[in-house]
Design a binder for this molecule. Structure first.
Ligand code: LLP
Length: 423
């Protein structure tokens, strides 16, 4: 087993930037992403894939900030998108449409049409209905769309139920039998070039076995199709690589082992291999910097009330996810147990229960680690809290890549009833 490389920040500094100094310039809470750590992850993966015709398509949903996407573009990384909004972001960030794959079970006619006009590389199709729709829209536009069938390999990724996608009971993909019919019926879809396979079994996967099993099933299917004369130009192995949220406990896979499994699993396959990593590339590169509003001594527990809340980082509330936390004060302090909570009016607005931390006081800064993926991108305005700022850090410098939302921006689009229309 190769060792997994973690980029958890040394307390206080991230990518050469002193976070307390940064917090003196920016209102908390804010997200900070280390460009160096992201670059590191990307190049490490690219190097492990050397010799293969591999393409990385970053899962935009993990971190949709155009500053981060632009960093990906500069590294030759494409995008895995699931909406028109993500397409627009990827394009705005400079990711060429020819490097974009479009996934998702609910692509609408409008989205398919716009993606075809933009010239996305391929569609990962998840239902026969979608295949028929793609055929119709491509025909109308007089183009040939390239597509892969997303198969559901019925593999248990052994991760959180809410982010497991590869079991037959999940809404994603189609069974091998149905996929087989699509290929055999390809003549019925003259405007769709169905020449790819795709599978994504889940997220935050910490074991190799589920990946190996899914790869094995994909490879068996590919051989079957090949022997029957179908040309498969790309196999997309999805994303899912887990990361370290809890130092000393989470044991993520090493990239070398993951890529070795891909090489083994797809041995003999000479086409393009697509990877759709999201979390692995950005999660540990990002932190949420927040300030303690007050320490509340409750009837049974001590609460650390932060200025960040579930609307800023939803993972603990939604998945009971653990995120390591580090107070940013320099001097050592005795340890104490806290329930770490946000100001939102829900008990679920809890980042951690009974967490042992150095004693904190009002005004102290706290870093929440592992926040670079599915953090800002899942943020909301719940409790009418403006979206936080996002900052890219790079070797001692910083650039704001999203200003903190103003109240005016938060209210934009809302209006008092201007006119009542008969319905
Ligand atoms: N490809 C497809 C088709 C996906 O659905 C996903 C993630 C990815 C790639 C990227 O997976 P990753 O490499 O990031 O594991 N909000 C949840 C995670 C949801 C993942 C959804 N799909 C969380 O915070 O844990």
């Amino acid at each position: 087993m190769t060792i997994y490389q973690s980029f958890l920040p040394a307390a206080g500094t991230l990518d050469g930037v002193d976070l307390p100094t940064l917090a003196a310039h920016l209102p908390t809470p804010f997200y900070a992403y280390s460009a160096s750590a992201i670059r590191n992850r990307v190049t490490q993966l690219q190097q492990a894939l050397k010799g293969l015709d591999a393409r990385l398509c970053f899962a935009v949903k993990a971190n949709s900030n155009i500053g981060v996407l632009n960093l990906m573009a500069g590294l030759g990384v494409g995008a895995d998108i699931v909406s028109l909004g993500e397409l627009r972001r990827a394009q705005r960030a400079g990711i060429a449409a020819s490097r974009i794959v479009f996934s998702g079970v609910g692509k609408t006619e409008e989205e398919i049409a716009a993606a075809l006009v933009a010239g996305v590389w391929r569609f990962n199709l998840e239902s026969a209905d979608e295949l028929a729709l793609l055929q119709a829209v491509a025909r109308r536009q007089g183009v040939i769309a390239r597509a892969a069938v997303r198969v559901n390999p019925d593999v248990d990724a052994r991760t959180h139920a809410k982010i497991s996608t590869g079991k037959a009971e999940n809404k994603f993909g189609v069974g091998f039998d149905e996929a087989r019919i699509w290929f055999d019926d390809a003549a019925r879809y003259p405007n769709v070039r169905l020449d790819g396979l795709h599978a994504h079994i889940g997220s935050q996967i910490l074991e190799l076995a589920p990946f190996e099993e899914a790869l094995g099933r994909l490879a068996t299917f590919w051989r079957e199709l090949r022997d029957d004369g179908h040309i498969i130009e790309s196999i997309d192995v999805g994303g899912g690589l887990g990361v370290c949220y809890r130092a000393g406990t989470d044991r993520p896979l090493a990239v070398a082992d993951y890529v070795a499994a891909i090489r083994r699993g797809l041995e003999g396959y000479r086409g393009r291999i697509v990877l759709e990593p999201g979390r692995h590339l950005v999660a540990e590169a990002g932190v949420l910097v927040t300030r303690v509003i007050r320490v509340k001594h409750g009837q049974e527990r001590d609460f650390l009330v932060l200025d960040a809340a579930m609307n800023d980082l939803m993972r603990p509330a939604l998945y009971d996810a653990w995120h390591d936390m580090h107070p940013l004060h320099a001097e050592p302090r005795p340890l104490q147990r806290y329930d770490v909570v946000g100001p939102v009016c829900e008990t679920g607005d809890t980042f951690a229960r009974d967490r042992q931390l150095p004693r904190c006081e009002a005004g102290d800064l706290l870093l929440i680690a592992g926040a670079g993926a599915y953090g800002a991108s899942m943020g909301s305005n719940y409790n009418s809290r403006p979206l936080p700022a996002e900052v890219l850090l790079d070797g001692g410098r910083y650039a704001v890549v999203r200003r903190r939302q103003s109240f005016e921006q938060m209210l934009a689009g809302e209006q008092l009833p201007q006119a009542w229309h008969a319905a």
